[in-house]
Design a protein around this ligand. Structure first.
Ligand code: ZN
Length: 276
C-alpha cells in the first residue's frame, strides 16, 4: 500500500494556524489554512515554505478544504491564495463561505487599519480569494478530479462546521477538526467507515472541568441576577455585564444554553426558588 503522509504546516502541538498537508495516492490536500492569534509577525501564518521551496502552491496542491469559519482555521487563506499564490479550488460549506469573509475583513481592519501592521492581506485580496471558493453541500460526494473524492459531514461545533472524508482509490483519511457531540444545533456524525488515518483536534484534552450541567446552572443564575439589576454588575458603579463576543464559539454555545434552559425545568426551579 502506498504511504499516506500527514505534515502539519501549523498547529500540531499548538492551538492556532491550523494547516495540515495530506499526501494520499499522489494527491496533495491542504486541510485548513488558519491564523495564529498569538503572534503579529510571520509566525501568525502556517509554514508555506515547506511547499514553496519546491515550487508554486497551485502546482503542488490538488485542493484546499476549510473546515469552519474560525480564524485559527481560515485566517491565513487570503495570504496563502493572494500573496503566496494559489489559484486552485478551495472547498468550504455554504455557511462558512458566507461568514468567513466577514471575519477576515473584521480582523484585517483591526490588524492593518487600527494597529498599522504590514505584510497583511487587503480587502480586495479577501474578495479575490473568495472567488476561488467552491461551496460544499453536506453529505454530497464531490469529485475534485478523476481520482480524488471528498465528502463533508456536519461537525457540530459552529454553524457550517464540517468534518471531511477524503478518498483516493482504496485509501481514505477523515479529518474531524473540532467536533461536538453535544451541540444543540446538531451533533457530529459520519457514515460507518474505516479510514486509514483519522486526524482530529483536541484543545482541552488534559483539562478536567466541572460538569457542564453545573456550569450551565451557575451561568443562568448569574444572568437572572444581572437582568434583575437592570443589566448592571453587583457593584452599582459598574457598567452593563451582559456582553457577548460575536461569532465566537463560546458565545454561540452560551446563547444556545440560554435558549434551552429558558424552557427547561432548571429555569422553572430557579424562578420558584426566587419568588417563594
Ligand atoms: Zn473552531
Amino acid at each position: 500500500m502506498p504511504e499516506i503522509k500527514v505534515t502539519p504546516l501549523g498547529a500540531g502541538q499548538d492551538v492556532g494556524r491550523s494547516c495540515i498537508l495530506v499526501s494520499i495516492g499522489g494527491k496533495n490536500i491542504m486541510l485548513d489554512c488558519g491564523m495564529h492569534m498569538g503572534f503579529n509577525d510571520d509566525r501568525r501564518f502556517p509554514d508555506f515554505s515547506y511547499i514553496t521551496q519546491q515550487g508554486r502552491l497551485t502546482e503542488f496542491l490538488d485542493c484546499v478544504i476549510i473546515s469552519h469559519f474560525h480564524l485559527d482555521h481560515c485566517g491565513a487563506l487570503p495570504y496563502m491564495s493572494e500573496m503566496v499564490g494559489y489559484d486552485g479550488p478551495i472547498y468550504m460549506t455554504h455557511p462558512t463561505k458566507a461568514i468567513c469573509p466577514i471575519l477576515l475583513e473584521d480582523f484585517r481592519k483591526i490588524t492593518v487599519d487600527k494597529k498599522g501592521e504590514t505584510n497583511f492581506f487587503t480587502s480586495q485580496m479577501i474578495k479575490d480569494c473568495m472567488k476561488k471558493v467552491v461551496p460544499l453541500n453536506l453529505h454530497q460526494t464531490v469529485q475534485v478530479d478523476d481520482e480524488l473524492e471528498i465528502k463533508a459531514y456536519y461537525a457540530g461545533h459552529v454553524l457550517g462546521a464540517a468534518m471531511v472524508q477524503i478518498k483516493v482509490g482504496s485509501e481514505s483519511v477523515v479529518y474531524t477538526v473540532s467536533i461536538s457531540l453535544i451541540n444543540r444545533t446538531g451533533a457530529a456524525w459520519i457514515d460507518k467507515c474505516r479510514p486509514d488515518i483519522l486526524i482530529s483536534e483536541s484543545t482541552y484534552a488534559t483539562t478536567i472541568r466541572d460538569s457542564k450541567r453545573c456550569r450551565e446552572r451557575d451561568f443562568l443564575k448569574k444572568v437572572h441576577e444581572t437582568v434583575e439589576r437592570g443589566g448592571k454588575g453587583a457593584d452599582e458603579h459598574e457598567g452593563p455585564h451582559l456582553l457577548l463576543h460575536g461569532a465566537h464559539r463560546e458565545s454561540q454555545s452560551l446563547l444556545q444554553t440560554l435558549h434551552h434552559l429558558d424552557q427547561s425545568e432548571d429555569q422553572k426551579n430557579l424562578c420558584t426558588e426566587k419568588h417563594v
